[in-house]
Design a protein around this ligand. Structure first.
Ligand SMILES: Cc1cc2nc3c(=O)[nH]c(=O)nc-3n(C[C@H](O)[C@H](O)[C@H](O)COP(=O)(O)O)c2cc1C
Length: 321
């Protein structure tokens, strides 16, 4: 299908239609570096960081510690007022990113209780102020995108999407579930289709797109312009390349040797970036690397408490090698 060979244009930039969506605790710099081993042009989202944390020395240093070859990058922030947006954007742009994304979709209790994330969908007056502040401070060469849900407690995605477009947002991503649904239940494709029909700017879809087949079905139902792959990327940094090849009608299979190489590189990058804490962060990925293996639960039980890089590497070698 020609559609999948074409790119999606966000302001003056264009990208393949499959992108790596934001997953807090997962799509960190080490993971993005692994994705780049397979996919060179695709847009990768960072994890969400509050604008206020970016202007603190520690928060800024952590959030902005990434490699330039991870670009093109869409740096995702949260905000609950226009405060801190200007200095945060200055720092983010100086660190070298391509797009800035505002999160208006996160359902987590601690996020919505401070009027961030999806709570902004229930507060369009504040959302408008925040978007206008981004547009005021962002230079012309940095597009602004927004990620929303179907709504907070009730559906209002079309109204919010139109507001975003009127404020000058350059592309909108929708994860069509309510805040109350968190990440469960079927994403509502009809709402995504309605949003797509209502807007002139590109609309990206997020939710249960895990392979080329689900992307194609989603496109046929909604007409969206691109796809953020979230949990489908978990321990599969080759996922975007796999989907690209399947869209071209080619076979794509990762052999166990490559998978082991990826997992070992992942452990190494985690330690390099986060020190010993990187091993704890790697625990989130481990079950997905060994999923389906007959001894997966044994390996998980053995390694999940380990704080030794050597142990983890040996375990991976034993099971995947
Ligand atoms: C562990 C986890 C962390 C997430 N972190 C973020 C985040 O930082 N920013 C964001 O916009 N969405 C976040 N999401 C939502 C995903 O980007 C995505 O919208 C959602 O998981 C549905 O897509 P999927 O089925 O492809 O995972 C997160 C989801 C999960 C499961």
């Amino acid at each position: 299908m020609d559609y999948f060979k074409q790119k999606v244009q966000i302001k003056h930039l264009s990208f393949p239609r499959f992108m790596s969506g934001p997953l807090d605790g997962i799509t960190d710099s080490p993971f993005r570096q692994l994705v780049r081993d397979f996919s060179s042009e695709e847009l990768l989202y960072t994890e969400m960081r509050h604008v206020r944390s970016i202007v603190t020395p520690k928060g800024g240093a952590m959030a902005l510690n990434f490699a330039q070859f991870e670009r093109p990058l869409n740096f995702q922030v949260s905000a609950n007022s226009p405060d801190f947006i200007e200095p945060a954007c200055e720092r983010i742009i100086q660190a070298g990113v391509d797009i800035i994304d505002l999160n208006a979709g996160c359902p987590a209790k601690n996020v919505v209780s401070s009027c961030c994330g999806s709570a902004l969908m229930a507060n369009p007056v504040m959302l408008e102020k925040i978007l206008k502040e981004f547009k005021r401070v962002l230079p012309d060469h940095i597009p602004l995108t927004l990620k929303i849900r179907a709504g907070f407690k009730t559906v209002n995605a079309v109204d919010i999407a139109k507001l975003a477009q009127d404020c000058g947002v350059d592309a909108l991503a929708i994860h069509p579930r309510l805040q109350t649904q968190k990440f469960a239940g079927r994403p509502d494709m009809d709402i995504a289709a309605e949003v797509k029909r209502a807007l002139q700017i590109p609309v990206l879809f997020s939710g249960n797109v895990v392979n080329f087949k689900t992307a194609k079905l989603t496109y046929e139902h909604t007409g969206v312009d691109g796809f953020l792959i979230g949990r489908g990327m978990w321990a599969k940094p080759w996922k975007l390349e796999e989907m690209r090849q399947h869209a071209l009608g080619n076979e794509y299979k990762i052999d166990s040797k490559t998978m082991l190489k990826v997992a070992l590189k992942h452990v190494g990058l985690m330690v390099q970036q986060f020190g010993v804490h990187g091993l704890f962060r790697f625990r989130k990925h481990l079950p997905f690397y060994v999923k389906g293996h007959p001894s997966a639960s044994e390996l998980r039980a053995r390694l999940v408490r380990s704080d030794s890089q050597e142990d983890i590497e040996k375990g991976l070698q034993e099971f995947l090698g």
